[in-house]
Structure formats: structure tokens, C-alpha cells
Design a protein around this ligand. Structure first.
Ligand code: SF4
Ligand code: SF4
Length: 394
């Protein structure tokens, strides 16, 4: 055991005998993960999704629809403005239908392609990746960050840490401000900040959402996915052997062993894995995908890119780690056969239900009248003539 491991380990006595031999650790301190940067197909897709989601998130509150904000969930006046549509409290049913559609979509996409949402679009993954990018720019890549954390306190270390947290906090506050801009007109909020006239609640919510972003993306990171997110817990119930997952081709990779590029692996009876641990170092949740499918895996595909780059350097075929299905790997299916299996009964049922709900929702919205009045005559009162020659009929 290394010195740092000994230091971070907390030991809880469970026997009255207090000799060190009889101590059993019931708690292991979380080890900090230093994800290494990588590049490739899935890394590029992750950044494309980050750009799209962030442009939408930070841009939409600034759009105007006539004289008002295009998308404003105005809780104080009980009106939701969604571009040309205005929803009132009695339209709550639409919110329920949107939630059902979202849940069904999640079931469908998970059955087809696993946790793509987690790896590419979930705010927790997206903000963690942005914060990691800032960290890399200021402190360097994995090895430099580990060195910096182990270094003694000095001017350089304090400056880098201060700068990183300053950027993180500024970005988090901007996020909190934008988030509140979906509930309070964002132009009023901007004026309030510029004239130091924000109300106490607005200040509280900006700080609350800002600090939540700072804490979740800066510190908790993968722990949110592992321990706090309910989706990680029940997603396995939606998986089957034809769901796309990130998999390590054990048959091809084992027995793993380090070697130089010139060694003939076939002659030596070696698999294609050179045990470089690059796939582990890039993983944002700190797992080794070679140990098989794990609930912590968010299907980000970074280990696929990392391993492909190693395979390229070794002159081996790509795809030792790849998106595939359990059946695809075990039965050596081609890509075409894997895709064919996507259209299985559960996927068709989810798709049909989703389609029906979406069509019903769209029809209901288009036929909805924004104001309905029933005029009923008061039967107990007769009509009568009133001044001006008019008839009053209650
Ligand atoms: S990156 Fe590829 S070769 Fe390297 S350890 Fe991982 S699976 Fe093996
Ligand atoms: S194992 Fe691979 S796909 Fe899964 S979270 Fe780690 S890097 Fe992403």
C-alpha cells in the first residue's frame, strides 16, 4: 500500500480487539480522478453536443417574441410563454404529457443505444467536461495536474488554483444567471445586476444555481453519476443483450501484455491489448472497461478513442474497445447484423407508444382554445327594461 493510500484510508473498528490486524475498513475515501485528454471520433461528437446544448441554453432566454421574451416560465403570473404559445395553470396536463414523452424517449433511446444521453447531453457530463477543459488549460493534462496536486504550496500552485477557481466561479454564476433567466425576464435581471438592484430572491437563486454548478462540475463530478443519479441505478433494467454499449473485445484482447511494436503478438500467443491503461486514464468515471460492463459507465466513448489511437500506433485493427452489443461481441456479428437487431419488439412498442403520444400531444395543442366561456342565463331572474331602452337579462 502506498503512503498516500494509507493516509486517505479511514478505519472503523468493528471488534473490541483494537489491534491493527483486526481493523476492517468499511469506508474507502474517494480517490480523485485525473482524466487524461484524448482525441478522436467520440471526443469530437462530445464537443459538438457540448456546443449545441450550451448555445441553446445560454441563447434561448435572449430571444424575443414580439414585445416579450420568447421562452419564459413566469411562475409569479402563472403563465408559461413558449414562443407563440401561452400556457395557464389549467394547462398543467401538457406538462404531464411532456414528462411522459421525455420518460418514454429515455426508455427508447436506452433500449437502443444505452446511456448515450449520459455521455453526450446530460448537464452533469457536459459541465464536468467544460470544467475539465478549463482545468487542463490552466493546470495542464493528467500528469501535470497530479504533479501540481502533490507539490508543496508555492506561488505557482496558489496562482494556478486561484485562477482555475475564479474561472469556474465566474462561469457558474453566468450559468445561474441564465437559468434564472428562464423564470424571470433576463433583460430585467441584467438591468438589476448593472444597477445593483437585484431583489433578495433573485440574488439567492442565482447564487444557488451557480454554486450547484460549481460544486457538481468542479468537485462531485463522477460521484453525481455514481451515487446521486437515479437513472444510473435503473438503467440496467432497460438493457438487454442487443443494447449498444461500450465493450472490450476480451476474446481479441486477452492475454494482455506490454510489448514493443516489433513483437509478433500472434507468435507469442498474445492478445491485442498492450495493457497501456490509456483507456482507464481517459475515463471520466475512473473505471476499467476491460473488467466488463459496469453501471458507472456513461457510454462517452472516450476509451474507444484512446484505444483506437493505441491500435493505430501498434498497427493493429481498430475496435478492440467499441460500441457493440453483448450478442454482437459473443456471436461475432457484423455491424449490419447488429443494426438489424435494433428493431426488436420492445423497441417497436416504445416507438409506437411515443409516436401516438407525440401525435396526440401535437393535435391537442393545435386544437386548444386559449379562452373558453360558458354563458348561462340566471333562471331565477326575469329580463327587465332598464334606463336607456335596453334589456337587462342576467
Ligand atoms: S487502451 Fe486498448 S490496448 Fe491500452 S490497455 Fe486499454 S484496451 Fe488495452
Ligand atoms: S468506460 Fe469508456 S465509455 Fe465508459 S465512462 Fe469510461 S471512458 Fe466513457
Amino acid at each position: 500500500m502506498t503512503t498516500s493510500q494509507k493516509k486517505s484510508r479511514k478505519v472503523i473498528p468493528i471488534f473490541s480487539d483494537t489491534s491493527q490486524d483486526n481493523f476492517v475498513s468499511l469506508y474507502e475515501a474517494q480517490k480523485k480522478i485525473y482524466p487524461r485528454s484524448t482525441s478522436g471520433y467520440f471526443t469530437n461528437w462530445r464537443w459538438i453536443m457540448i456546443w449545441i446544448t450550451q448555445i441553446v441554453f445560454y441563447g434561448v432566454p435572449w430571444l424575443q417574441w414580439g414585445e416579450r421574451q420568447a421562452l419564459l416560465l413566469d411562475i409569479t403570473t402563472h403563465r408559461f410563454y413558449i414562443f407563440g404559445l401561452i400556457l395557464y395553470p389549467q394547462d398543467l396536463i401538457y406538462l404531464a404529457v411532456i414528462l411522459i414523452i421525455s420518460a418514454l424517449s429515455l426508455f427508447l433511446f436506452t433500449a437502443v443505444a444505452g446511456r448515450l444521453w449520459c455521455g453526450f447531453s446530460c448537464p452533469q457530463s457536459v459541465y464536468t467536461e467544460i470544467f475539465l477543459w478549463v482545468e487542463r488549460k490552466i493546470e495542464g493534462d493528467r500528469a501535470a495536474r497530479i504533479r501540481l496536486d502533490n507539490a508543496k504550496i508555492g506561488v505557482k500552485k496558489v496562482f494556478k488554483k486561484w485562477l482555475k477557481h475564479a474561472v469556474w466561479i465566474s462561469f457558474s454564476m453566468w450559468t445561474g444567471f441564465t437559468f434564472l433567466g428562464y423564470f424571470t425576464p433576463i433583460r430585467d435581471l441584467t438591468q438589476g445586476i448593472m444597477h445593483f438592484s437585484l431583489g433578495p430572491w433573485e440574488t439567492f437563486w442565482i447564487c444557488f444555481y451557480g454554486l450547484a454548478t460549481y460544486g457538481n462540475a468542479g468537485f462531485l463530478r463522477e460521484q453525481v453519476c455514481k451515487y446521486m443519479c437515479p437513472y444510473a441505478r435503473f438503467q440496467s433494467a432497460m438493457f438487454d443483450k442487443d443494447t449498444l454499449i461500450v465493450t472490450y473485445d476480451e476474446e481479441r484482447g486477452e492475454p494482455r501484455s506490454g510489448r514493443s511494436r516489433n513483437v509478433n503478438a500472434k507468435e507469442k500467443g498474445l492478445g491485442d491489448c498492450i495493457d497501456c491503461s490509456f483507456c482507464v486514464q481517459v475515463c471520466p468515471v475512473g473505471i476499467d472497461i476491460r473488467n466488463g460492463l459496469q453501471y458507472e459507465c456513461i457510454s462517452c466513448g472516450l476509451c474507444v478513442d484512446a484505444c483506437d489511437s493505441v491500435m493505430d500506433k501498434m498497427g493493429y485493427a481498430r475496435g478492440l474497445i467499441r460500441f457493440s452489443t453483448q450478442n454482437g461481441i459473443s456471436q461475432h456479428w457484423s455491424k449490419h447484423e447488429i443494426v438489424q437487431k435494433i428493431m426488436r419488439p420492445r423497441v417497436l412498442i416504445y416507438s409506437a407508444m411515443l409516436l401516438l403520444l407525440c401525435v396526440g400531444f401535437a393535435a391537442s395543442l393545435s386544437l386548444r382554445s386559449s379562452f373558453t366561456v360558458d354563458v348561462i342565463r340566471d333562471r331565477g331572474v326575469m329580463s327587465r327594461l332598464v334606463p336607456g331602452g335596453k334589456v337587462d337579462n342576467v
